[in-house]
Structure formats: C-alpha cells, structure tokens
Design a protein around this ligand. Structure first.
Ligand code: ARG
Length: 459
C-alpha cells in the first residue's frame, strides 16, 4: 500500500520495519481526540480562508462518519497506515474524496500528535479526579461512622498515642485531596494547544491557533513552535500525579494488609475484595491491597521510563517521543482501576473497634498523658518524661498498663500524682483532650470532616 508520505520513496517499507515502527496498535486509543482536533483544525482553516466553507463542512461530516465507523466496530485500522492519524485521514479521503486531502494543510503529525495526546491526557486526568472524589467521599463516610472508635496511632510502627479511626482515615483524605489539586494544577499546562506549530517552525498559512484552542476548551496556546512539538512535560506531570496517587493508595494498602493479619485483627476484609488459598482452607488474603501495592512499582516505572526517553532528545520532534503513549495508557488503566477498587473495598471494609481497643491497652499509649499531667503539676517536662519512663518500666515488669497501677504505686514515682491521674490515663480522654487544630481531638476532626465534605460537594 502506498504511504501518505511515500512520494520520495522508490522501494516499499520492510514488513519488519512496519511492525517495529507502527503505533496504531495502541494509539488508536486517541481516535476521539484525533477527530476532535481535526474538526477544530478544519474549521479554523475555513475561518482564515485556507479552505472553503464547503470543504470544511465536508471534512467535518466525513470525520463524524469515520468516528461512527470506529465506534460501531466497522472501521479497519491498518498497520501499513502506521498510526491513528494516517488511518483516520486516509479513511476520510476514501469517504469524502478530494477535500479530505486538504485537511493536513498547515499541520504536521508532530503538532497533531501533541494535541491529541494532550486532549486524551486531560480527559483521563479529569476521570482520575472523579475517582479521587469518590474515594474521598467513601473515606469521609467511614470516618463519620468511626469518630468514637480509637486505635493505636503509631510512629516507627510502634504504639505511640491513641487516635480516632476517623482521624486516621482523614489523613488519607488529605493526601487524595492534594492529588486532586495536583490534577487541577497540571491541567493548566496540559491544556495548552500545540496545533499551529506544524512540523517545528510554524507555517506560512495564516493559521489561528487560538481559535483551535478555544473550540477544544483549552486554556492556552504554545509560545514556541519547537517546544510545542517536542514538549512532553505534560505527560510526565500526568505520570507523576499518577505515581503519587499510587504511593498514597499503596500506603493505605500496607495498613490494610497489616490490619487484616489476625495478630492485629483491626479489619475484616469484605469477601468480595479478598481471595482464598488453593491449599490452606482457612485463608482469606488481602490480594487486592497487595496487587495495588505491587502495581505502584509499574507506575513509577512508567514515569522513570519516560523521563529517561526525553532526557537526551535534541530539538525538535524525534520519533523517540512515540514511546510516550504506552506508559501513560498503562498508568491510566492502573490508576483508574486502583481508585475504583479502593473505594469499593473501603466502602465495605469491616472495621473491628474491639480489636483496636484491645491493642490500645498494650503499649503504654497513655504515657505522654502522664508526662503532660506531671508538667501540669509543676514538674519540668524532661523530669516528667523520666519519671513516666520509670513508671512504664515498672508496669511493663508487672505486665499491666499504667492505668492498672494503684494510686500508691504511681505515687511511688512522684508524690505530685493524685486521684485525678486516672481521668488523664483514660484513652478516650487522651483523644478528647486534644485541642490543637488538625489534631485527633473532636473539634479538629469535625472541622476536617467539614472540609472534606466541601471538597466532595464542589463542582
Ligand atoms: N506516531 C507518532 C508519535 O506518536 C506520530 C508522529 C509522527 N511524526 C513523524 N514525523 N514521524 O509520535
């Protein structure tokens, strides 16, 4: 088959080379973006007088027909036509004839592919944003249910201070809301149209790149044609946003894996989100959380891969850039499915407050409370810390918690201790008495929930 670019070639392309260089097997995913971009380009060409209104209308109707063929499954993508752009253009010309051959006036595949990929990336990131919103809504709902549920807050994975489960879940809401903000921010740069840069140097036709950008809902237009056709910052930013979403999901997965271990028993996995063992009948494994943690690696790999692809490229377009799409498509699939799975899993997650309460009484999570109590009685903090440490060692030796020691025993460590110490040693009070903004205290948790609800309700 003769190539759209075949004028100067005497011999045909090797079959092996066609297989090696084609991108239509994957970039067909850009078909809707390609058609939207071409429709906008044709309208602009007519507006500036490069095409007649009739030609532009024929092109736009022809593109709609191509789109209908693709969506009904009757379109045949041909490897010999290399990529999605030439498959669509060739079919357009088959359908509408001469006018189809004028579509590519003042355009190169270099600015075309940049535009298509930006349209696609923006649409997918907008879908991620919706996935994040849904996940945050689920986490907020669970947080609302568990304002009173307490569990050991950890540092170094060691028991530290009691926190409410609501506060713990709201920490993840904060991460995912930042991810959504990052998407909004990245969209400002993704939605900059490169169309009109042509191959690399602009064109002699009086194009109006702003008109194309407006028709497509973009926020801006390229400043420099060489940058426009070779910039993949936008794809890298998308991969970074995806990487961070996966990092946050993966941290939550790690907690789920630990909490589901019977030694913790803080959660019972929903049956629909767990799997069994082919040999051990008792098993209920957190495979969804494990896979999500594992898939995080391949998303990071996509980011590292594309960073490496672009690092040595001279200006302007280089074919290396065709390697930008598969990492993003793969990342998109992973991020989209992971967000949906996490929302579903957390919606049905069985939290076990009794197991969390049992764990609270092991690990001296109220030791800081005792130290602070002694400070309240006039002891300098360093001394209070030391006195409390001795009380902890004593209680540990007896195999009990600080709250299980008698008043006499406690007074053995400091005569400042009185009956009121037991109120302070109570775990629920430790949480209820936290007053600082952003803390696990009830006023802070209520404020956090209000902010999360506002985020979920926005737009
Ligand atoms: N398939 C190509 C890509 O993804 C489209 C641009 C090709 N441009 C070219 N001059 N060969 O980058």
């Amino acid at each position: 088959m003769s190539k759209l670019w075949g004028g100067r070639f005497a011999e045909t392309t090797e079959a092996l080379v066609e297989e090696y260089t084609e991108s239509v097997s994957f970039d067909r995913a850009l078909y809707a973006a390609d058609i939207a971009g071409s429709r906008a380009h044709a309208a602009m060409l007519a507006a500036v007088g490069v095409l007649t209104a009739d030609e532009a209308r024929a092109i736009r109707e022809g593109l709609d027909a191509v789109k209908a063929e693709i969506e009904s499954g009757s379109f045949t993508f041909l490897t010999e036509r290399e990529d999605v752009h030439m498959n669509i253009e060739a079919r357009l010309t088959e359908i509408i004839g001469e006018a189809g051959k004028k579509l590519h006036t003042g355009r190169s595949r270099n600015d075309q592919v940049g535009l298509d990929f930006r349209i696609h990336t923006a649409a997918r990131l907008t879908a991620w944003r919706e996935g994040l919103r849904r996940l945050v809504a689920v986490l907020a709902q669970r947080a609302e249910e568990h304002r009173e549920t307490l569990l050991p807050g950890c540092t170094h994975m060691q028991p530290a201070q009691p926190v409410s489960l609501a506060h713990h879940l709201l920490a993840y809401c904060a991460m995912f809301m930042r991810d959504a903000e990052r998407i909004d921010d990245a969209l400002d740069r993704i939605l900059v149209s490169p169309l009109g840069a042509a191959a690399l140097a602009g064109t002699t036709y009086p194009l109006d790149p702003g008109a194309v950008a407006r028709e497509l809902g973009f926020r801006g237009v390229f400043q420099n044609s060489m940058d426009a056709v070779s910039d993949r910052d936008f794809a890298l930013e998308a991969l970074f946003v995806g990487s961070l979403i996966m990092a946050h999901l993966s941290r939550l997965c790690e907690e789920i894996v630990i909490w589901a271990n019977p030694a913790f028993g803080f959660v019972r996995l929903p049956d629909g989100y767990a799997t069994g063992s082919s040999i051990m009948p008792q098993k209920k494994n957190p495979d969804v959380a494990e896979l999500m943690r594992g898939k995080t690696g391949r998303v990071y790999g996509a980011l590292m891969g594309l960073l490496t692809t672009v690092k040595g490229l001279p200006l302007a377009y280089n074919r290396d850039l065709q390697e930008d799409k598969e990492p993003f498509f793969d990342t998109d699939r992973t991020v989209s499915l992971s967000l949906a799975c996490m929302a579903g899993m957390m919606e049905r997650m069985g939290f076990v407050p009794e197991a969390m309460a049992r764990a609270l009484s092991r690990g001296f999570l109220n030791a800081t409370e005792l130290a602070d109590y002694l400070v309240g009685k006039g002891l300098p903090f360093r001394e209070a810390h030391h006195v409390t440490g001795r009380a902890v060692a004593h209680a540990e030796g007896r195999g009990v918690g600080l709250e299980d020691l008698s008043l006499e025993e406690l007074r053995g460590f400091s005569p400042l201790i009185g009956e009121d110490v037991f109120t302070v040693l109570d775990y629920a009070n430790a949480v209820a008495r936290r007053v600082t903004p952003g803390s696990t205290g009830p006023a802070s948790v209520a404020a956090q929930l209000a902010a999360v609800r506002a985020f979920c309700a926005a737009e």
